[in-house]
Write a protein that binds this ligand. Structure first.
Ligand SMILES: [Zn+2]
Length: 388
């Protein structure tokens, strides 16, 4: 679930006899929830999650989602596979479209002068994931846009509810952002035909997100504010952010050491989380049960009160623009050794790109208008994020 804690992030990942510590930008903390990991784009958490889920299973899912064949290596979690912008954008459409992957099509319909339909696209979307999974992913990816590495879109004035994910590859050769509203999915890739550095520190948050935001502001100008309907298989539960378990009274006023200042703050770590029915926690948080126990580390250094406009009231605030970067191939001199397969091998295959930058868009299949579900309606963004 989004509240699942990913632990042991400071330990090197052991693959056989090989130890590997993925580079992790500004994301800190030895444990974090999956929700926080996505928001801060934690490489270490992504690799842990991949190994937990299983590489073979992940590769199968990539194929089902239309991404194609990706390499069976641990660095797959950081994007070491080659994918087209079109395939990746279509895959993200599944998150906006109840788990169904649409087949991209250029021509939807051809009519003659009298309005007779001469041709209509017959492509039917393929189910890749459950609608509950798609919704849970979307609530996490919404944090990315509201308060994570995609928050630049908010600073540029994009206000509709949206979700998305950044991606930056080794040596700043590629910058990605795929983001969506319930109606429109847009993928942005920035890079060169022959791979080379876009610019120093060309993180996707700085390079790709602004392109996306500027395009989406125009493309969605006439769209009404709305968000995805919560599937009946999803339930909301108040949990503690430190443990991911059921919140107690003690969680509402816990002592937390601010990693940046060393000062002790008192604040609530309770927030409303979404779960697929049957996966919600049944145990109560014990992190706050004992008076005087101070919890540090789990929160990382950038914890502040949550931004006021976000959908989930108590998600953590913006971190730095930590990005997906693949750790340089270990050299052996730094205590690590070569991976089973060198991720750079996969990175360098079939680099064929037609344009300097490509922007694809298509509309997610319209759904019948439905009233808002019972969950608290997302308040429209009204303030700029507090982070950078
Ligand atoms: Zn707690």
């Amino acid at each position: 679930s989004p509240a699942t804690m990913i632990n042991h992030l400071d330990d090197p990942v052991l693959i056989g006899r090989v130890a590997w510590t993925p580079e992790d930008g500004h994301s800190s903390g030895s444990a974090m929830s999956l929700r926080t990991a996505l928001r801060t784009s934690s490489n270490r958490a992504a690799v842990r999650l991949l190994l937990h889920v299983g590489i073979a299973r992940t590769v199968r899912y990539a194929k089902t989602m239309g991404i194609g064949d990706v390499p069976s290596v641990p660095s797959l979690a950081l994007g070491s596979g080659e994918v087209t912008l079109q395939a990746m954008t279509a895959a993200y459409a599944a998150f906006a479209n109840h788990g169904l992957v649409p087949r991209p099509t250029l021509i939807r319909r051809v009519e003659d002068r009298d309005g007779h339909v001469l041709y209509a696209s017959q492509e039917t979307p393929v189910r890749a994931i459950r609608d509950t999974t798609a919704f849970l992913m979307s609530t996490m990816l919404a944090d990315v846009v509201n308060a994570g590495t995609g928050a630049g879109a908010r600073r540029l004035g994009f206000t509709l509810q949206a979700a998305g994910k950044t991606g930056t590859t080794n040596d700043f050769n590629d910058a990605w952002f795929i983001g969506y509203t319930p109606k429109l999915v847009t993928g942005v890739w920035v890079g060169f035909d022959e791979p080379r550095m876009i610019l120093p520190n060309g993180f996707a948050a700085e390079v790709a997100v602004p392109v996306w935001a500027k395009f989406m502001k125009v493309a969605t100008r006439n769209d009404r504010p709305e968000w995805l309907e919560m599937p009946s298989g999803v339930v909301t539960v108040k949990v503690c952010r430190l443990s991911g378990l059921l919140a107690t009274e003690a969680c509402k006023n816990g002592e937390v050491i601010n990693g940046a200042t060393g000062q002790i703050d008192r604040r609530s770590t309770v927030y409303t989380e979404y779960f697929a029915r049957g996966t919600e926690p049944t145990a109560y948080c014990e992190a706050h049960q004992t008076q005087g126990v101070r919890v540090a580390g789990l929160l990382g250094a950038e914890e502040k009160p949550p931004a006021p406009y976000v959908d989930l009231k108590a998600i953590a605030p913006p971190g730095d623009a930590a990005e997906h970067r693949i750790a340089p191939a270990p050299t052996g001199t730094s205590g690590t050794v070569e991976l089973i397969e060198n991720p750079s091998t996969a990175m360098n295959t079939t680099k064929k790109r037609g344009f300097w930058s490509k922007v694809f868009r298509w509309t997610v299949k319209d759904r019948p208008n439905q009233p808002e579900p019972q969950r608290p309606p997302p308040s429209p963004p009204s303030k700029k994020p507090s982070g950078r």
